[in-house]
Design a protein around this ligand. Structure first.
Ligand SMILES: Cc1cc2nc3c(=O)[nH]c(=O)nc-3n(C[C@H](O)[C@H](O)[C@H](O)COP(=O)(O)O)c2cc1C
Length: 205
């Protein structure tokens, strides 16, 4: 059982990493293999809508997105964590997620998603909602915790003082591990739900 954790912060040892490390400790206890990828410090551009991924099966820009794609395909769950920038997710992370979700055609259904927002003070809920959208368009169940998944801290490391935030991370990881294990059993017993061919309508007549 594997989980991939994307860190949207450019600060390698910042507060987003504090939040993710709390989750990784729980994953280790639960026997879930975890890998953190620092996305926020990588050079990543946005999608140019060239459509090349539709033919090549991968993004035309061979960067962190194509590095993450096979790991995501293999993973049972993905955690997407971002520092809050102007009440929104970090732009580098969004560029990466747009291209990752758009350029990959493998079945993401029943991979468990969880998002985490880290801020000094405001914008966590908006960021949390923004990140969850990638999962809920992909047939991915979303793991939740005792509160909306947010951790507070300004200067790097300050999040270590946010006891409630860290507890939220612990419970999020516990719930996520439970969901991933339960879904693995469910897949064995029932298989994935049947899927109809996608109906594409760009407007309602
Ligand atoms: C460009 C920029 C914009 C920010 N905007 C917000 C904001 O809207 N709300 C907030 O509470 N903190 C904001 N912050 C503070 C960060 O969210 C906060 O320092 C967070 O802990 C950073 O996480 P990190 O240490 O993982 O990078 C901003 C920081 C930067 C650099």
């Amino acid at each position: 059982m594997k989980v991939l954790l994307l860190n949207g912060s450019p600060r390698v040892n910042g507060n987003t990493m504090v939040a993710l490390n709390e989750m990784v400790k729980v994953f280790a206890e639960e026997g879930v293999e975890a890998e953190i990828i620092q996305v926020g410090s990588r050079e990543t551009r946005g999608c140019i809508a060239c459509g090349a991924c539709g033919k090549n099966g991968k993004c035309v820009f061979d960067d962190v997105v194509n590095e993450i794609a096979p790991k995501f395909e293999e993973a049972d769950g993905i955690v997407v964590a971002s520092p809050v920038y102007y009440a929104s997710a970090n732009a580098t992370l969004i560029a990466c997620l747009d291209r990752l979700f758009y350029s990959t055609s493998f079945d993401k259904r029943m991979k468990v998603g969880a998002s985490v927002a880290v801020a000094r003070r405001g914008g966590c809920s908006a960021t949390f909602d923004e990140l969850n959208k990638y999962f809920t368009i992909s047939g991915m169940p979303v793991a939740s915790s005792q509160y909306w998944n947010s951790v507070h801290g300004g200067a790097a490391g300050e999040a270590l003082q946010d006891a409630e935030g860290l507890q939220t991370m612990k419970n999020l990881a516990k719930n996520m591990a439970f969901l991933m294990k339960s879904i693995a059993l469910g897949k064995e017993k029932f298989g994935l739900p049947e899927r109809e061919p996608h109906q594409w309508t760009n407007f309602i007549r």
